[in-house]
Design a protein around this ligand. Structure first.
Ligand SMILES: Cc1cc2nc3c(=O)[nH]c(=O)nc-3n(C[C@H](O)[C@H](O)[C@H](O)COP(=O)(O)OP(=O)(O)OC[C@H]3O[C@@H](n4cnc5c(N)ncnc54)[C@H](O)[C@@H]3O)c2cc1C
Length: 347
């Protein structure tokens, strides 16, 4: 069997990896110069549950819980090739009461979470100078490096032929058509090109949701753990490398310099050390209408399977397994299968 996968971001890399391990020959078509050229290159890399909390959909939370367990499987398989920049996430809200509510919400849903007071927080992140009274500590959350993870998956997937600079401009039954008109045919085509999926399938209920990644350096090194408070979501590596994620303000890209200055100030105060940030980079996240992943066969298009979702880094192993199940027919995992009906494709 031979399958064509479109897009070598974290989702396409996962699909290709799962297919290769099932013994399928894969041709992976990537428009860019190599893997992870799209929003994966701008992802913060938080793999875990600590970003969730009161108000979030409990069923989507259960899906993420399942996906995070799949990452643990990847870590066992890839060992040190699974790129981890920091282990664990410290999360705090505007008030102690809100942080307490966050911890209770997670405990009720089976997350691994601990309540940490000031000394417990400093023990984990000694460089922090503005220390909250209370934080939720998620020891199993991970700061990953998404582009490196995509590359590690592909390096571990013999049988996958990556064709860079291969932009797909149309889909036909059992084939993808490239810019020069060449048809790349397979027993199935899996569309995993993220936000660009709507270009090939107009009407797909996927919208582009911009978010901002800012990298830079701090004068002092940190633990690499995720620090998520009301003013920033950041991590500072032992070498002082800073990675920050922000929402794009309603004013759009014109607001980016101000956003970077505010983030620089907030992080400098929190660390009691100088921080210099590079110009922010915006990435378009592929957000589905109902928040559920779109993964499975596309009705009315024989041989075409879709794998599009956000947050794609967290969900990538889940998407990979369900896309492969759609190609090969079912998984033997009832835990995973129970989510399948919600992962429908709306076009
Ligand atoms: C600031 C920021 C922070 C984020 N933080 C997190 C986080 O902490 N955790 C998390 O899970 N998610 C996070 N995300 C979201 C995450 O980045 C995305 O959900 C995920 O990377 C989507 O991966 P993908 O493979 O579907 O898409 P992409 O990475 O966009 O991959 C699609 C690939 O397809 C290629 N392509 C496009 N069109 C074509 C075509 N026609 N033919 C061939 N190839 C094509 C592109 O070049 C690209 O390489 C964040 C996003 C941003 C912007």
């Amino acid at each position: 069997m031979r399958v064509v996968v479109v897009g070598a971001g974290i989702v396409g890399a996962s699909v290709a990896w799962h297919l290769a391990r099932a013994g399928v020959a894969v041709e992976l078509l990537e428009a860019g110069a190599g893997p992870a050229q799209g929003v994966t290159a701008r992802a913060f890399g938080w793999v875990g549950l600590g970003a969730q909390g009161p108000g979030d959909d409990p069923e989507l939370f259960a899906l993420r819980l399942r996906a995070v367990a799949e990452h643990a499987r990847w870590r066992r398989t890839l060992g040190e090739r699974y790129p981890v920049s920091g282990q664990g996430a410290l999360v705090w809200r505007s008030s102690e009461a809100e942080t307490r509510a966050l911890i209770d919400w997670h405990r009720a849903r089976g997350s691994q979470v601990e309540a940490r007071g000031r000394s417990g927080i400093v023990a984990l992140e000694p460089g922090l100078r503005e220390v909250p009274e209370l934080a939720a500590w998620f020891p199993q959350d991970v700061a990953s490096e998404p582009p490196a993870l995509a590359r590690a998956l592909l390096a571990d997937a013999p049988g996958v032929v990556l064709r860079s600079g291969a932009r797909v401009v149309a889909l036909e039954e059992g084939a993808a058509v490239l810019t020069d008109g060449a048809r790349v045919a397979g027993d199935a085509v899996v569309l995993a090109n993220g936000a660009a999926a709507v270009e090939l399938l107009p009407g797909l209920d996927v919208s582009l949701s911009p978010a901002v990644l800012i990298e830079g350096r701090a004068e002092t090194g940190g633990s690499g753990r995720i620090l998520c408070g009301p003013e920033f979501e950041a991590r500072v590596g032992p070498d002082g490398r800073v990675v920050l994620a922000e929402w794009l303000p309603p004013e759009g890209e014109a607001a980016l310099p101000g956003l970077a200055r505010a983030a620089e100030g907030a992080l400098s105060r929190a660390l009691g050390a100088g921080v210099v940030l590079q110009p922010p980079r915006v990435g378009e996240r592929p957000v589905t209408g109902d928040g559920w992943p779109m993964v499975g066969p596309l009705p009315g298009h024989p041989g075409l399977v879709l794998a599009v979702a956000h947050p794609g880094v967290i969900l990538s192993p889940f998407l990979g397994r369900l896309a492969v199940a759609a190609v090969l027919g079912g998984t033997s995992d009832p835990e995973m299968e129970k989510f399948r009906p919600r992962c429908r494709i709306i076009i």
